[in-house]
Every structure is written in C-alpha cells, then in structure tokens.
Design a protein around this ligand. Structure first.
Ligand code: NAP
Length: 323
C-alpha cells in the first residue's frame, strides 16, 4: 500500500506530480488556510505532511497518530518542536542551500536601500519634491569598502560575505558559536565576539536561525553598543530582535537606519510604530521569494517527503532529528 500524504498549501504542478508518483495524497490548493475540520480529518490518516511554517508540536502530533514525516518548504524550522517530534519518532526535513543566493541578493537590496535611502528618495521624486539645490539633503552612506558584521555566518551568510568581499570590497566580520574557517580563508572574514562586532561594524546583519538562544538576542543593550552611523539589517526571523528597542534606537538616533525583511508578528500590524519611521526600509518576508527559488524549494521539499515516507533517507533531515 502506498503511503498517504497531505499537502496543506498550493505547490507547483511538478512537485505535486513527484508526490503523486509515489504516494496517495490530498492537496489543499486554495489561498485561504486549511479549515480546522479538514486538517483534523487529514491528520487522522496522513503518513506525511508537506507544509511551510505550520507549528508542529505535541498537540499537533497527538492529532496525527499515523504521521511519519513533516517536510517544510523553508530552511528555517523554528516552527518544529523537535523534542516533541523526536519523542514521537517523526522525521522533519527542510530546504537548505537552494535559496542561499536569492536570500543573499535580498539582503544586499536591503543594505543598499537603507544606505542610499532608496524608498524614501523614490517617494521624494514621485511626490514632486525634487529641487535643484537639495544636494546634501539627499546624501546617503557608502556601502563599498565599509565593514559588514554578520551574526550567523552559515550557508546564507557565506553567500552574503562573498558579495560583500568581491562585489563591494567590504571588510567582513562574523559572530558564530563555532568557527567558519572557509569564510576566513575565502573572504578574509574575521571572527569576533558579538560585542566587538556590534561596536565596530558599519552594517550589522542578523542571519541566525530562531532558537531559544537567539530569541531577542538583539535588544536595547546591543543597539546601544552599535555606532550611531550603523545600519541594522534583519533577514533571520522577527523574534530575534526586540522590536520596541529597535524602534527606540531608530527614533532616538542610537543607530542610523534599518532594513527589515522579518517582524515579530507577520503580517506586520499596520500600527507598528516602525512603519512610521523614514529610516526603516521594510519588505514582507520575501528573502527567498523568486519564482525560480520557490520552485526549487518546493521540489526539494517534495523529494524529502517522498523519501521520508517511503523508507528512504532524505538528505535534508533537520540537524536535531538526524541520527
Ligand atoms: P545555517 O547554515 O544553519 O546558518 C546559521 C548560522 O547561525 C550558523 O553559522 C550558526 O553557527 C549560527 N548560529 C546559530 N545559533 C547561533 C547563536 N546562538 N549565536 C550565534 N550564531 C548562531 O542556516 P542558513 O541556511 O544560513 O539560514 C539561517 C536562517 O535564516 C534560517 O534558519 C532562517 O531563520 C533564516 N532565513 C530567512 C529567510 C527570509 O526569507 N528572510 C530565508 C531563508 C532563511 P554556529 O552553530 O557555529 O553558532
């Protein structure tokens, strides 16, 4: 008998066809979220789940007695309670590497936009405010040959460091729990303590996974340590930053500007005070959002799921659940 899997969102036809070739399945292919009764019914019999961002914890697993594997279409898996999954013997997979270059491009878009005030000055031109003598009012800061501190120099951090070093002649430093020798060798990246990185970087980029250790790792004390000219970029997950402290830091001029792809609450609330500040560049969690990369992520997630439910060895089991 074929394994039965539930796909809880629309995915590309090729990814669905791959699953159809190996499994019986149902797909929720509408834009609105799966209704709770449909989810309950599907979970009562599913051996596998293809999802993205859905919280998988003990309560969820209780409703899914046949579940063997959950495959998420994302590299971040902070929505997995890995202890609960391990206790139940449920495999969890994610989609590393296929999105590195796309996320790195977006990070550079944020760095350049915040440094050269692109959204603010785009508005200025479109609002008809451009005057001949405005020169200094339009100044930004240089990205080339500035210093970039990467907190979380992993797969994506590496692609960002390469752009920084070879594209912009930047000096790269990083903070990780362990050394990343390849980045030191290839990009001259210098490993620093978090405090030293915060004190010395022109651009501070947060690129860690969201874990209990990284939750609110950047708050009031950390913003206070940064240069007044520093530009802060967050493309990790919103809860790695204390947003109230970030708002204060930007409003009070502790730092110069910020570029944000992620927020504590998503979609961001329209009354979030960060949205009123001219020195904040925002985008709606689009790090990996190109058609090509989202397709590759969905294909990889489909392959991971099929291997996991058919007794194979998926290559992308999340580290906490890999033996
Ligand atoms: P990765 O290869 O695992 O890299 C993460 C890096 O963070 C590692 O080098 C790790 O080094 C470091 N790190 C982990 N915990 C840390 C801590 N407590 N203190 C300091 N450094 C720590 O992951 P990746 O593929 O680059 O992805 C990173 C994260 O980016 C994902 O988990 C996801 O949350 C986020 N992301 C966001 C988007 C977006 O759309 N904005 C897209 C993709 C990914 P050590 O283990 O040595 O500390």
């Amino acid at each position: 008998m074929k394994p039965y899997v539930f796909i809880d969102r629309p995915i590309p036809g090729e990814a669905e066809a791959h699953i159809a070739g190996h499994c019986d399945y149902s797909i929720w292919d509408r834009k609105e979220p799966v209704p709770p009764e449909t989810l309950r019914e599907q979970l009562s019999r599913a051996n596998g789940l293809l999802t993205s961002g859905r919280r998988i914890d003990a309560g969820f697993l209780e409703a899914a007695p046949m579940l063997k594997a959950v495959s998420t279409i994302s590299v971040g898996y902070n929505h997995f309670d890995t202890a609960a999954m391990k206790a139940r013997g449920v495999i969890g997979t994610h989609t590393p590497d296929v999105l590195n270059e796309t996320v790195a491009d977006l990070v550079f878009a944020l760095i350049l936009s915040a440094a050269r005030r692109i959204p603010e000055l785009d508005r200025y031109v479109k609002d008809g405010l451009w005057k001949p003598a405005d020169n200094e009012k339009l100044f930004g800061v240089d990205v080339h040959h500035a210093s970039l501190g990467i907190i979380g120099m992993g797969r994506i951090g590496d692609a960002i460091a390469r752009r920084a070093k070879f594209g912009f002649g930047m000096n790269v430093s990083y903070f990780n729990r362990s050394r990343r020798e390849s980045a030191e060798r290839e990009y001259g990246a210098v490993r620093m303590s978090l405090d030293e990185l915060l004190r010395t970087s022109d651009f501070v980029l947060l690129m860690t996974p969201l874990t209990p250790e990284t939750t609110r790792m950047i708050g009031r004390d950390q913003f206070r340590m940064m240069k007044e000219s520093a530009i802060f970029i967050n493309a990790s997950r919103g809860p790695t930053v204390d947003e109230e402290a970030l708002t204060e830091a930007l409003r009070e001029g502790w730092i110069r500007a910020a570029g944000l792809d992620v927020f504590e609450r998503e979609p961001v609330s329209p009354d979030n005070p960060l949205l009123e500040l001219p020195n904040v560049v925002t985008v709606p969690h689009i790090g990996s959002a190109t058609a090509r990369t989202r397709f590759d992520m969905a294909m990889l997630a489909a392959r991971n799921l099929v291997l996991a439910v058919t007794g194979g060895t998926p290559p992308n089991v999340v580290p906490e659940l890999a033996d």
